[in-house]
Design a protein around this ligand. Structure first.
Ligand SMILES: CC[C@H]1O[C@@H](n2cnc3c(N)ncnc32)[C@H](O)[C@@H]1O
Length: 483
């Protein structure tokens, strides 16, 4: 494996860049020096990382939706609506599925069809096909900072074009945009692709242009134990900083039990700083992002607003820097701009009402923080051992060994041996540990709480509990109680 966590050599970057910019015609519009100059002319108010840092300093939790449609004018109209009517603090540009798989010819077909039928025939904005100047039109007509959100294992060309196009934030990572999003892409490959992306961001940073990087925290978004998603988030943060990334937003997907979720969002930046410092990195600024429930939603819009509000409340009480907002159309598909805007306003109402409140430290909250810390350190330490000190090599070997294992992930590079289930308070615990490197004491903590639920429900802990939990929120519950 010729993978290493060392900073990519300029020659290697230049060699890849030649190939990357030729993957689609619009790649030829990218001129790094010109792009740096363009960024330097953007107002500070449009820089994602600066606004995040101000929010962190002020103890503010910002709200950001997801959104993306096929054509430039419609996409701009959508984003302006979310900025004005939705009161969004940050804007996205969600990229379509063809572009995420580097299938630009099919993205072009989607653009042509959308023009023909007068509505979006893609589930996001095909930024590669639209190109640098189209991206710049978006940035110039919007007030708040804009981030590229997608799910792309090979996101190199998309990064080149959108960053040259004035975007100042880029989501994803070599693990978090592979394991939950692809089946056949090797982890070694996707980590290398993302080292290119992070090196490009590092090059912008070296020129004085701040570009924020946000690993995708929720992973499969289905009952992922906090320590598993934290381990991936910290590893991707390390891989990014190793390439020169400075502005880092680490994420976590809501599980639904308040104390567990608050403990998770509070421990994440501390664990990241601990391991970054341990590996000798000091030049970074960490903020956090909390994703409102990423699993199945209720069809009923009023109940969906309840789930959205609960996510907003957990984000506010956890003092996350940013919360990613869902819409009342989540169970149906791509939301209308009105529904999307309503989800943001619901969220901001909760954020505003809770911004002067905080959760007292209780024994239970302290225990949740302690367990997440111990479990995450157990995974990260074993990963570093496997990598003989190299976190990139360690990550690949940790997945091969099942030391990192993401429940319900499609990738064949993920072991898929672990099974999560909620305890009686709805906290996500581990029913089957697979090869997670947990001590007997940690395992007993999980077993005891799941056994207690079994007693409460008069049934043996089993896979049926997991199935019941997966459907529970969509059915208006949290814990999947037997009928
Ligand atoms: C990570 C998956 C999430 O992204 C959301 N999503 C994906 N594409 C779009 C889109 N084009 N507009 C709004 N939301 C979207 C989807 O609803 C789901 O909640």
């Amino acid at each position: 494996m010729d993978l290493t966590n060392r900073m990519m050599e300029p020659e290697e970057f230049a060699r890849q860049r030649q190939e990357v910019l030729n993957q689609w015609a619009t790649g030829r519009d990218v001129d790094f020096e010109e792009a740096v100059a363009y960024h330097k002319n953007l107002p500070r108010s449009k820089n994602f990382g600066y606004k995040l840092a101000e929010g962190k300093a002020g103890g503010i939790t910002f709200a950001q939706p997801r959104a993306g449609v096929a054509l430039l004018n419609e996409h701009l109209e959508l984003l302006r609506f979310l900025e004005e009517e939705g009161e969004a603090d940050f804007l996205p540009t969600t990229i379509d599925s063809y572009t995420r798989q580097n299938r630009y010819a099919e993205a072009q077909t989607g653009i042509d069809e959308s023009r023909l039928v007068g509505r979006s025939m893609l589930n996001g904005f095909p930024a590669v096909n639209h190109g640098v100047s189209a991206c710049r039109q978006l940035i110039e007509h919007l007030k708040v900072p804009v981030q590229v959100r997608h799910g792309t294992p090979d996101a190199r060309l998309l990064a080149e074009i959108t960053l040259a196009g004035g975007f100042t934030a880029y989501e994803g990572g070599g693990i978090s945009y592979n394991i939950p999003y692809a089946k056949e892409v090797s982890l070694e490959k996707s980590i290398k692709y993302w080292q290119y992306v992070d090196r490009l961001v590092g090059m912008y940073e070296e020129k004085g242009v701040s570009i924020n990087r946000e690993p995708f925290g929720p992973l499969t978004g289905t009952l992922v134990p906090p320590s598993v998603s934290h381990a991936v988030a910290v590893i991707e943060g390390i891989l990014a900083v190793a390439q020169g990334v400075r502005s880092l937003t680490l994420g976590y997907g809501q599980c639904g039990n308040l104390l567990q979720d608050v403990a998770a969002i509070r421990t994440l930046p501390l664990l990241a700083a601990e391991y970054l410092n341990k590996l000798g990195y000091t030049d970074f600024d960490i903020t956090t992002v909390f994703h409102q429930w990423m699993g199945g939603f209720p069809q009923d819009e009023a109940k969906a607003y309840g789930v959205i509000s609960w996510g907003a409340a957990a984000a506010a009480l956890g003092k996350a820097t940013k919360v990613i907002v869902k819409s009342p159309h989540e169970a149906l598909g791509i939301p209308t701009k009105e529904a999307n805007a309503a989800g943001i306003r619901t969220t901001k109402q909760i954020l505003n009402m809770l911004k002067d409140q905080s959760l007292p430290m209780t024994e239970e909250l302290a225990l949740e923080e302690k367990m997440i810390g111990e479990e995450t350190r157990a995974i990260l330490d074993r990963t570093l051992d496997l990598g003989e000190g190299d976190m990139a090599v360690g990550a690949v070997r940790a997945f091969q060994a099942g030391v990192i294992d993401v429940p319900f992930a499609p990738s064949r590079y993920n072991g898929g041996r672990i099974l999560p289930a909620r305890d009686s308070q709805g906290a996500v615990r581990v029913l089957d540990f697979g090869n997670l490197p947990f001590s007997e004491e940690i395992k007993e903590f999980h077993r005891e709480r799941i056994a207690r639920r079994g007693r409460d429900e008069g049934r043996e802990p089993s896979f049926q509990m997991v199935i019941d939990d997966i459907y529970a929120i969509g059915k208006g519950m949290l814990v999947g109680r037997p009928r």
